[in-house]
Design a protein. Structure first.
Ligand code: DC
Length: 219
């Protein structure tokens, strides 16, 4: 089974995906990681994020193992890492280089320990439209920018990071703006996606709704 979970930054894609992966025994691919990895490689090598050619080259050199290694870096999930990812992900050459790596994962999905999974859950904003248009179930998770900024702000605080809410909100809006205007992977639900607005729902409510849709689809 292949499930895709698309939607804007901090809408709750990751939490929902993890819970669904656990319930259905699916391997989880957080596709934002490929862009975070390329962005971080650029930063570490002090390359200009505006250099699309350099970013494309970095993307071509990225392996799954390198991505996993970079994911342990303190900047990988930080606001700086998110901005860098957002910038490099706007280059079509970068996206093209990273397509096979993401698609190939579904051919032989495994968990981190190498054991086989029942399928994959892809988390990321173009997974239902570009990466896996033939997925069995597609979700598009959204919420207002204020609600999303508050969730991200709380996450940062929990991790002990010192941030201001207004900065996080500005960051979320800047990313929305950039992501919405991308030519090759604009932020839009797949035609057959189930749209879930999570602004007024807690994670358990979102999860229950998603499970109900999946059970219906599996009948
Ligand atoms: O989900 P995230 O915050 O880790 O994503 C980081 C950036 O990567 C985000 O600003 C846009 C980009 N991204 C993308 O373009 N396509 C995806 N499938 C996932 C993420």
């Amino acid at each position: 089974m292949i499930i895709t979970v698309d939607g804007p930054a901090a809408a709750g894609k990751g939490t929902l995906s993890q819970k669904l992966a656990d319930k259905y025994g699916l391997a989880y691919f957080d596709t934002g990681m490929v862009y975070r990895a390329v962005g971080l490689m650029m930063l570490k090598q002090t390359l200009e994020l505006s250099d699309a050619c350099a970013a494309q080259k970095m993307a071509g050199e990225l392996t799954f193992a390198t991505m996993m290694e970079l994911s342990r870096d303190k900047d990988f999930r930080s606001s700086i890492g998110g901005q860098a990812a957002s910038i490099v992900s706007s280059y079509s050459g970068v996206r093209a280089q990273l397509l096979d790596m993401q698609r190939n994962f579904a051919k032989n999905p495994t968990f981190a320990d190498g054991s086989p999974a029942n399928g994959v859950i892809y988390d990321g904003r173009d997974t239902g439209t570009v990466i896996c248009p033939h997925a069995d179930v597609k979700f598009f998770i959204t919420a207002s920018s204020e609600v999303r900024a508050k969730r991200r702000y709380d996450e940062f605080l929990q991790k002990g990071m010192n941030v201001l809410f207004d900065d996080v909100l500005r960051d979320v809006k800047a990313r929305d703006e950039r992501d919405a205007n991308r030519k090759d992977a604009p932020m839009k639900p797949a035609e057959d996606a189930i749209i879930l607005d999570t602004s007024d729902l807690n994670i358990d409510e979102v999860f229950q709704k998603a499970v109900a849709f999946i059970e219906e689809r599996l009948k």
